[in-house]
Design a protein around this ligand. Structure first.
Ligand code: CDP
Ligand code: CDP
Length: 223
């Protein structure tokens, strides 16, 4: 699967556990491509708003997938997502998207489309990819799997500190109980609870996992 010469670091965990921040910092340190897969699910949720589609109407969402073009690329080392010619940007973090995203993410056809695009990133270089099913479904064979967690209170407080209205507990429940690729601790993943950790400590812990699991020396030496 993918390009055997390129490594994938898989980071999964619940909302606001610190996945994106850790992945971004790690990508900068090691020169990896950072892929935020939540953004891709959010782009589909955003498109349902634009098109006035009920996110729980599976058939209508599947039909919409045939009408829109989702383009995933890289800019300055970070993944980008466009819906047709539009970059939804900050709109992807709006409350309406937060409320819909877990509903479209529960649709198997949505997941199949996005998982393929996620795997394609490995053709471009070494990647650190964060989401909910990266270690369990997207790259099940990578030895570099991290499950980042933090208490629900800490996670809700982090979102509130960012000024974002987000029922993280509700979204986690939907993400964990769905049939299609639920949020799980992937087999072989190392768990890190970030409740009491700084971002720098989290990055050091991830580097330690990469070292222990035999990541290439030339890559680790960049840190
Ligand atoms: O940043 P935050 O943790 O709040 O969420 P996100 O990573 O942007 O993901 C938004 C939503 O997309 C999640 O609540 C999941 O419903 C869905 N998602 C998923 O199902 N699988 C992934 N690999 C990534 C996100
Ligand atoms: O991607 P995910 O939703 O898991 O989390 P995030 O978007 O990285 O947001 C986590 C928030 O908690 C950010 O505001 C970080 O600055 C903060 N934070 C962290 O990520 N890691 C820590 N160890 C402590 C705080």
């Amino acid at each position: 699967m993918g390009n055997v010469q390129h490594i994938a670091v898989a980071i999964d965990g619940p909302a606001a556990s610190g996945k994106s921040s850790a992945a971004r910092a790690l990508a900068k340190r090691l020169g990896l491509i950072m892929v935020n897969t939540g953004t891709m699910y959010r782009a589909i949720a955003w498109a349902t708003i634009q098109q006035g589609i009920d996110p729980t109407d599976t058939q209508a969402v599947i039909e919409m997938l045939g009408r829109i073009e989702l383009s995933c690329g890289v800019e300055n080392g970070f993944s980008t997502v466009f819906v047709d010619e539009n970059n939804p940007g900050a709109a992807l973090r709006q409350t309406a998207v937060n409320e819909r995203v877990s509903k479209v993410a529960a649709i198997a056809e949505v997941r199949a489309l996005l998982v393929q695009k996620q795997r394609d990133y490995l053709e471009l270089g070494h990647v650190v990819m964060e989401g909910r099913d990266i270690g369990s479904v997207v790259f099940p064979n990578t030895p570099f799997k991290i499950y980042i967690d933090a208490s629900e209170e800490v996670r809700a407080a982090r979102r509130a500190a960012e000024g974002i209205e987000d029922a993280v507990g509700q979204r986690d429940a939907e993400d964990s109980k769905r049939k299609a690729s639920p949020l799980v601790v992937a087999e072989g993943a190392v768990k890190i609870d970030t409740s009491e950790m700084t971002l720098e400590e989290v990055v050091s812990a991830i580097l330690q996992v990469l070292r222990e699991r035999g990541a290439p020396e030339d890559l680790l030496n960049r840190a």
